[in-house]
Ligand binder design. Structure first.
Ligand code: SER
Length: 338
């Protein structure tokens, strides 16, 4: 099979970390990595080329444009809590950066006469449910419901989903020449993600992974949402599989550009119970921070991912119990022993 050139932005981040391992395990494709911070050595060894810089800068885009890129995993973004503190920067990076990369993908696609696949992690934050009562009454939310994001993070991700569709289907539709179709945009709307190897930073679903990683290090944890708060979550290997499987799906089988994916939907109390089973001396308290909790309460309690299951055979490997027993606890034990 012909080698592909794959660009990963935000490669040092939580998803980038696991994605690069998985891509290099299963193929000998060329990987180009970009991050704002110096690329970590454990990641660099898998890459053909790496760049340190801001994806909104023209220099970086110019450098990247010289490669015949076939697939882009655009992971670079500010997460919801950080974005709420710096809305202007969040807009610039999350919306402006994505526009730049889509433009770049379009011009590469035109040059190589082949659509560039643009794989995008979207989020539960694109949903905004007016009240907790409606959230818990709705339970599993499907793709067209409650598209009223309340955060700059959610608003910019929803805009980027629309941009992706625009580049794929309509770009410069009034032009004499055909300009659309050089990008093949596909997005997964992720729930909260939980990894054994990394801890997220700046997200609002971070209480799940933080609670576990604090307990593993014997540190007390004050959870910033109330015990009954519920969100969908997914173990990192499933998140990476979702991106790769959506990228590999036949275009003709895809009825949408953006799909919900999820695995389990625990309450914060369910997390605490599971963690205390593994670490009986864990000190976990609930000290809700009203503002962050309000954001969590506007996100779905669970997601309906039946469209992804039907169109590209999406199926998570890890249930809540299995994620702890087979992925999180064994790897975390090794990680903190080192
Ligand atoms: N994990 C993200 C956040 O908390 C939501 O997708 O910002």
């Amino acid at each position: 099979m012909q080698k592909k050139t794959i660009l990963i932005t935000g490669i040092n981040g939580e998803i980038g970390h696991s994605l690069v391992e998985e891509i290099s395990k299963n193929s000998s494709n060329y990987i180009i990595g970009v991050d704002l911070q110096p690329i970590q050595e454990s990641i660099k060894k898998h890459c053909t080329a790496t760049f340190v810089g801001d994806i909104t800068s023209e220099e970086i885009i110019k450098e990247l444009s010289s490669y015949d890129i076939n697939e882009i995993y655009h992971l670079a973004a500010l997460l919801s809590t950080t974005a709420e503190k710096k809305p202007q920067l969040a807009h610039q990076v999350n919306a402006g950066g994505t526009f730049q990369l889509l433009e770049m993908a379009r011009s590469i696609g035109k040059r190589i006469s082949q659509p560039v696949k643009f794989i995008f992690p979207s989020t539960i934050a694109i949903y905004g449910i007016p009240t907790p009562e409606e959230k818990y009454a709705a339970n599993k939310v499907s793709e067209e419901q409650f598209l009223l994001p309340r955060t700059i993070y959610g608003a910019s991700k929803l805009y980027c989903e629309n941009l992706g569709k625009y580049f794929t289907e309509y770009y410069m539709q009034l032009s004499e020449t055909k300009e659309h179709g050089y990008v093949d945009f596909r997005a997964v709307r992720f729930p909260g993600l939980i990894s054994a190897f990394t801890v997220p930073s700046g997200g609002t679903s971070d209480y799940g992974p933080e609670m576990l990683h604090y307990a593993a290090q014997n540190k007390p944890y004050a959870c910033f949402v109330h015990a009954g708060a519920q969100l969908p979550f997914m173990a990192m290997p499933d998140a990476v599989d979702a991106l790769l499987n959506l990228a590999a799906a036949e275009k003709s089988s895809l009825r949408r550009h953006s799909y919900n994916v999820t695995s389990f939907a625990p309450t914060a109390q369910d997390f605490a119970t599971m963690i205390r089973n593994a670490y009986p001396s864990a000190v976990i308290t609930f000290e809700p921070q009203v503002k962050r909790q309000t954001i969590v309460e506007s996100w779905p309690a669970d997601l309906d991912d039946s469209m992804a299951a039907a169109d590209w055979a999406w199926k998570p490997k890890y249930s809540f119990e299995k994620a702890f027993a087979e992925y999180l606890l064994p790897n975390i034990l090794r990680r903190y022993l080192q």
